[in-house]
Design a protein around this ligand. Structure first.
Ligand SMILES: Cc1cc2nc3c(=O)[nH]c(=O)nc-3n(C[C@H](O)[C@H](O)[C@H](O)COP(=O)(O)OP(=O)(O)OC[C@H]3O[C@@H](n4cnc5c(N)ncnc54)[C@H](O)[C@@H]3O)c2cc1C
Length: 456
């Protein structure tokens, strides 16, 4: 019997497995690679990136994991607030000045300023909600964040907006994978808080690309990570849990003292067949929005207009933000090395418009928009690859707060982990993975004591 089986080799499962590395464990991952929604690949000095790219810094679970595994991170360099809209590219200056610098009608400008002031007030309230209170446990804080303005959608909160004003809002809010009428008002406001809180929110990049972290953990765990192992059932027994899976066409069964279930909620709901009914029901209510992303590698040798930017919002395009990943490598060099790595990112309805199209079509659509925003971009192209993420990220919808107490209730020897348990994406995934590992260790220690008592 294993001590712990970890189902899912995304960052939640790997964080758990790392914490439990001194126990007898195995990670069962259905795909042929670890990392789940984290995916990057090295190309010389650069890396192409398709998934998560900026991470929590400061006193976070992510910082702990990076420090403990010896993987380097660095603050994101370059402007995070670039904007390309209505034929204008803005890479400098204060965000508040954008409505005056982008060509738009007077009606749109007034609508933008009115809604902007309303959101800024709500962000100030949100920053008080999100602040850690002395002696408070993380679950209480997380519940407070979910409760904030969870009774209506972000679209209801901002009201009707003129076209250009809505176009300016959308790229920030919908990065969470939901459209403005799907997400709660609090989640939309929180997203502005996250983006405006430059330096305090998601502010760190992983040197060498995000897969450096997942790859380093997997390498350290060696054959305790099993790839191509598709778990179909997790069944509780008295004092243990049985996990059934199929690998390379062969059915297997493994028994463990406990299981960390670190799969997306949709999968956890399906495989954990005998979890308490209300927990399974809560899992089935988690909603994910889709993403489509693409990574582009170029070979230009001179300075480019995008060199000083990290993120450029691109309203009214097939992607709503473009990210200059090469900025991270560039921050570490004394002379500009050739080439760039750019990622395009389409969430929610933009992704739904692309998901059914073939890769070449998506690539050409992206390149046409990249050329419109950064003239001449495709002249330097050497590599491009599209990635679909049908379950890109779980989002906070009106009413989501009510599910949290059920989802975080103790579930015996099947411990839940994953980004759907909170509002901070990878940080939530890592934090819940580590916390599940902690609970597993307590269970194992109690089992050990019980066995000792019986034998003495
Ligand atoms: C394009 C994109 C951009 C993003 N940007 C950011 C960002 O900048 N910052 C940030 O913090 N977050 C970002 N995110 C979100 C972040 O990537 C996720 O929150 C995080 O990676 C989720 O980790 P996880 O371990 O909870 O889930 P996952 O990564 O989904 O891991 C779950 C794992 O379970 C495996 N699995 C599924 N079914 C089974 C089964 N039956 N048996 C065995 N294994 C199974 C999957 O293959 C997967 O490896 C982004 C996501 C995407 C897609």
């Amino acid at each position: 019997m294993k001590d712990v089986v970890i189902v899912g080799g995304g960052i939640a499962g790997l964080a758990s497995a790392w914490r439990l590395r001194h126990w007898d464990t195995v990670v069962l991952e259905s795909e042929g690679r670890v990392g789940g929604r984290i995916r990057s690949e090295r190309r010389g000095r650069h890396w192409m990136n398709w998934g998560g790219h900026v991470y929590a810094g400061g006193d976070s679970a992510t910082s702990w994991l990076l420090g403990s595994t010896g993987v380097d991170s660095t603050p994101v360099t370059g402007s995070l607030a670039g904007l390309a809209m209505n034929g204008k590219l803005l890479l400098r200056g204060r965000v508040e000045s954008y409505p005056f610098r982008i060509p738009m009608s007077r009606e749109s400008r007034v609508g933008m300023l009115t809604a902007g002031a309303k959101v800024a007030l709500a962000v100030a309230k949100y920053s008080r909600i999100v602040r850690r209170r002395p002696g408070e446990d993380p679950a209480t804080r997380q519940q407070r964040i979910y409760d904030f303005m969870n009774d209506r959608s972000f679209a209801d909160f901002v009201g009707d907006l003129p076209e250009d004003a809505e176009a300016l809002f959308k790229p920030t809010v919908t990065r969470s994978s939901a459209d403005m009428d799907q997400m709660s008002a609090g989640a939309g406001v929180g997203y502005f808080g996250l983006v405006w809180n430059i330096g305090g929110g998601l502010s760190q990049s992983i040197v060498g690309g995000p897969s450096t972290l997942t790859g380093a953990i997997a390498a350290a765990l060696g054959d305790r990570v099993q790839l191509g192992a598709v778990v179909s059932e997790v069944v509780r027994k008295r004092g243990s849990v049985v996990v059934r899976y199929r690998q390379h066409g062969v059915d297997h069964e493994v028994e463990a003292r406990c299981v960390v279930l670190a799969t997306p909620a949709t999968v956890s709901h399906r495989v954990a067949v005998d979890l308490d009914r209300d927990v399974r029901e809560a899992l089935s209510k988690i909603v994910y929005g889709p993403y489509v992303s693409a990574a582009f590698l170029t070979n230009e040798t001179g300075r480019q207009v995008w060199d000083d930017a990290y993120a450029i919002a691109t309203p009214k395009r097939s992607f709503n933000v473009l990210l200059n990943l090469s900025n991270i490598a560039r921050g570490l060099e004394s002379a500009r090395s050739p080439g760039s790595s750019i990622m395009t990112f389409s969430p929610g309805s933009l992704a739904r418009d692309l998901l059914d199209r073939d890769d070449d079509d998506i690539r050409d659509t992206y390149l046409a928009d990249l050329d419109a925003v950064l003239p001449g971009f495709s002249d330097h192209l050497v590599e491009a690859e599209v990635q679909r993420w049908p379950t890109g990220a779980p989002y906070c919808f009106p009413g989501r707060a009510k599910l949290q107490p059920t989802l975080t209730r103790p579930t015996g020897r099947v411990l839940l982990a994953g980004d759907y348990l909170g509002t901070l994406y990878t940080e939530t995934a890592i934090q819940t993975g580590l916390s599940a590992a902690q609970q597993a260790q307590s269970l194992l220690a109690t089992d050990h004591q019980t066995r000792n008592l019986i034998t003495t």
